[in-house]
Design a protein around this ligand. Structure first.
Ligand code: HEC
Ligand code: HEC
Length: 361
């Protein structure tokens, strides 16, 4: 089967050089975010190490609730629900016991429920929950940068969801203990400072070289071909954001996987797969149209490795334009919204409710 021609088919070397030029400016990532957003470290410290303090971390600084819900509290779906839901019949504290059994079988050494919880934060990729991707960030590194006591508190909170609450059981490895000092001690290089306002203009102007809003929503403006970006800098490092813009196919966000469909009349359609069942499937095209293709018309369906997001921004944007757009994205930490929405999971809600398409400009 022929893969549809895409802008990703350009010289990898141009992209590599551009990525280098850009990332060299980010030797010390955390400092940049703190600088630009002025927020991350300035938040009120959590008082004490308790499950209550952990709950505050979960819905606040830890940004856990931008990807996780607890039962029907929140609607974020990027990570597993930490309560009881259609998919999980045990809450996280109890579920950790089952996972611990799986982990000791896989590794051949004993695991307690708390050790599983610690591991899921220290090294999220060690065990990837089935049906999900290895895309949980290291929350003890920038931009989230939880301190050891905040990590302890959030683990107490997870234990309290149906498990045994025990602070003695929590043994944090050196990686976490050292992370805070490393972030403080790391040297940082000067970077090209973009203009966030110019960046916003490029982002929202659909006729500009960037035109990101053709596919992304920020604070209610734009379309929903790709993920909503209103809080992207709250959970992602500048490096991750830089790479997602310049090499979109390197990591494809869950729920936005590209597919190629060949129909019986010999036509090829590409888009983000939105739904699929016995009756057929629904694709969201790069132009934001919803295509409903009945099963009877489908000859073949193939997942693609090239993102629907164009891979050509390294060529199409000047260095200044790129940094302007980046500077705008780095302001999107979601902190103002968190304060307004309290315990909301704004991110997931917007994604779920935007599935119907048909956005105003
Ligand atoms: C950007 C999204 C994102 C953020 C932010 C995030 N997670 Fe996750 N998390 C995931 C994904 C995706 C998975 C499933 C893949 C995996 O197992 O690594 C996951 C898995 C987990 C699991 C294992 C769940 C299970 O069923 O075994 C725990 C526990 C967890 N996260 C805790 C947290 C906590 C605590 C925070 C906040 C300090 C947090 N996560 C922040 C995306 C996120
Ligand atoms: C034609 C549609 C389209 C355009 C135009 C587009 N994107 Fe995307 N973008 C997507 C899709 C689809 C994804 C999800 C798949 C992936 O990760 O590649 C995505 C992913 C992203 C991500 C990763 C988000 C995450 O949470 O993992 C970022 C950041 C991003 N885009 C920024 C931009 C910026 C900045 C622009 C403008 C310069 C832009 N995009 C233009 C479709 C688009």
């Amino acid at each position: 089967m022929v893969v549809s021609p895409s802008p990703g088919a350009r010289k990898a070397s141009t992209v590599a050089v551009f990525v280098l030029a850009v990332t060299a400016l980010f030797v010390y990532v955390g400092e940049v975010v703190t600088h630009v957003s002025g927020g991350v470290v300035a938040q009120a410290p959590v008082e004490g190490v308790s499950a209550e303090a952990g709950e505050a971390v979960y819905f606040g600084k830890g940004k856990c609730s931008t990807c996780h819900s607890i039962g029907d509290r929140g609607s974020a779906i990027r990570g597993p629900n930490h309560g009881v839901s259609a998919q999980f019949d045990t809450p996280m504290g109890l579920r950790a016991e089952e996972r611990a059994r799986e982990r000791s079988q896989a590794t051949g050494r004993p695991f307690t429920a708390t050790e599983y919880l610690v591991e899921s934060i220290v090294d999220p990729g060690a065990y990837v929950v089935s049906g999900y991707k290895n895309e949980m960030p290291l929350v003890y590194r920038p931009p989230i940068a939880l301190k050891p006591d905040e990590v302890r508190a959030v683990i107490l909170f997870l234990q309290s969801l149906g498990g045994e609450v025990s602070s003695e059981a929590i043994k944090l490895p050196e990686t976490i203990l050292r992370a805070a000092d490393e972030s403080r001690a790391a040297p940082w290089a000067p970077y090209l400072k973009g203009d966030p306002q110019a960046g916003a203009a490029l982002f929202f102007d659909e006729e500009s070289k960037a035109g990101c809003a053709r596919c992304h929503t920020v604070n209610g403006r734009g379309r929903d071909v790709g993920p909503e970006l209103s809080t992207v800098a709250g959970t992602r490092t500048p490096q991750f954001i830089v790479e997602s813009i310049l090499q979109p196919s390197a990591v494809i966000a869950s729920g936005f996987e590209p597919y190629l469909v060949e129909t019986r009349d010999g036509r090829y359609r590409t888009g983000v797969l939105k739904a699929r069942n016995d009756r057929g499937l629904t694709l969201k095209t790069e132009r934001g149209e919803l295509l409903i293709i009945p099963a009877a018309d489908i000859r073949e369906v193939a997942p693609q490795e090239t993102s629907i997001m164009p891979g050509s921004f390294a060529d199409d944007l000047s260095l200044t334009q790129f940094h302007d757009v980046l500077a705008f994205l780095l302001t999107l930490t979601g902190e103002d919204k968190e304060a307004a929405a309290g315990k909301g999971a704004a991110n997931g809600k917007a994604q779920a409710s935007s599935a119907g398409g048909g956005h105003a400009r």
